[in-house]
Design a protein around this ligand. Structure first.
Ligand code: IMP
Length: 419
């Protein structure tokens, strides 16, 4: 096996970065293929915490090359600031970062549009990260977007800026356009050593049998087509996004690991059938430190939703699952798993695609015994309390996919490998 994809399978924040980091110690290449700085990937090593927004998580391993594909949208100033901060921690980027020149650029305009996106208000409010992600992707699809490679040519860039402002019917003086053109061209000069066509490199590295790890951002239930639309992000977060997001054929992906939290969380608006608006939800939020790493917002918490989990496992064609944050559930007397949805007295066979219906479903629960013991120092599945093993087995049975990794703490070594 030479390639592996690690994908979030719920509403994001499944601790994908920890799994990428755990599996990435011998990776030659780690690739981000979608999303942007809306992601907040956290890795803890030796009590040091790193949060990545656009840089692939593999950067912590000195020998690993990191790639950002054309399917990502990049705020160039934020990216360079992120790089500078990591360099201050002695992490070297020289000869290790490759960014596709076709990646979309997030402009201040996009952040402004996102911040003011109360067009989505009331029942339609999405609660975005306000990083300009949706507006930047919209402009790419509308073909008025600016790509990283455009920043190289000031004359062309100037005309692209004029075009995008006129598309949005926003008045900009010539001096403002000039100023933005030169700022963007200057930042391009600082980035140019990283900019290339990554599909050519990935093809070469794949044929050289290098170990390539594709790192998903957000989660399948936030996919723009298959997630809980419209309460989704604006990219393809599922396996199909890999191919279009970095320009490799789908057959380059040998194995897909789906990451599931041992419970569910969601940040932002939208339906969440198993949400716990009670003391248990609060307890999970505190124990799991469930506050957004990008926005600091408290995450909504709820029971594991096997209906949604099975849906995403099938959509992605997942080969194996990683279950994370199992330790957070320690101390709960009872733990529930949602095994079905009821709507108006009818048991649904499929996950509803309409958010109104999804918001009205009543979950059917399997109740399981909890466990008291602190499990953060356990490194073997057989040493877990019987109730925790039963819980994992129940999830595995419902997913119909083997669980290969269980995470019992935020640190790299707090991991149980089943296979
Ligand atoms: P956007 O991606 O900023 O446009 O936000 C759209 C929706 O996706 C909102 O509900 C966000 O909270 C959610 N979202 C975006 N990125 C992440 C993430 O990395 N983790 C969890 N939720 C996210």
């Amino acid at each position: 096996m030479s390639t592996l994809a690690v994908l979030g399978c719920m509403w994001g924040d499944e601790a994908k970065a920890k799994i990428v980091d755990f599996l990435g110690d011998n990776a030659d290449v780690v690739v981000r293929f979608q999303g942007g700085s809306n992601a907040g990937h956290t890795i803890c090593v030796d009590d040091k915490k790193y949060v990545f927004h656009s840089v692939p998580s593999g950067i912590l391993y000195p020998g690993t090359k990191c790639v950002i594909g054309a399917g990502v949208v990049i705020e160039p100033f934020d990216l360079m600031a992120e790089i500078a901060e990591l360099e201050a921690h002695n992490i070297s980027f020289t000869g290790r970062l490759y960014i596709d020149e076709r990646a979309g650029v997030v402009l201040p305009l996009h952040k402004d549009l996102d911040a003011g996106s109360e067009i989505s208000s009331g029942a339609h409010k999405i609660g975005t990260t306000k990083r300009g992600i949706g507006p930047a992707y919209s402009d790419m699809v509308a073909r008025v977007g600016i790509r990283l490679g455009d920043l190289q040519y000031p004359e062309w860039l100037r005309s692209r800026l004029q075009n995008i402002y006129s598309y949005h019917k926003i008045e900009r003086s010539d001096a403002d356009i000039e100023n933005e053109t030169s700022r963007l061209h200057e930042i391009w000069k600082q980035m140019q050593g990283y900019i290339c066509q990554v599909d050519n490199l990935l093809r070469k590295w794949y044929l050289d049998d290098q170990y390539i790890l594709f790192e998903g951002a957000q989660g399948t239930l936030l996919d723009v087509s298959y997630g809980t639309y419209p309460f989704v992000t604006s990219s393809h977060t599922m396996a199909g996004g890999i191919s279009t997001g970095c320009g490799v054929p789908m057959r380059y992906v040998d194995k897909i690991i789906g990451v599931y939290k041992a419970y569910c969380t969601r940040v932002g608006d939208g339906p969440f059938p198993t949400e716990l608006n009670d003391a248990i939800g609060d307890k999970i939020r505190v124990q799991g430190n469930e506050f957004g790493s990008t926005t600091g917002r408290p995450r909504r918490c709820g029971w594991f939703d096997a209906v949604a989990a099975q849906y995403t496992a099938r959509l992605n064609g997942i080969d194996a699952a990683a279950v994370t944050l199992l330790d957070v559930l320690s101390g709960l007397e009872e733990i529930k798993i949602c095994t079905g949805y009821w709507h108006n007295g009818v048991k649904l066979r499929e996950i509803p695609t309409n958010p109104l219906i999804m918001g009205e479903v009543v979950p059917e629960y399997l109740s399981m015994k909890g466990w008291d013991k602190d499990i953060t120092e356990i490194r073997s599945i057989n040493k877990l309390p019987r109730a925790a093993q039963d819980y994992l087995e129940a999830i595995q049975d419902m997913l119909e996919i083997p669980i290969e990794i269980v995470s019992v703490g935020k640190n790299r070594n707090q991991t149980i490998v089943i296979k």
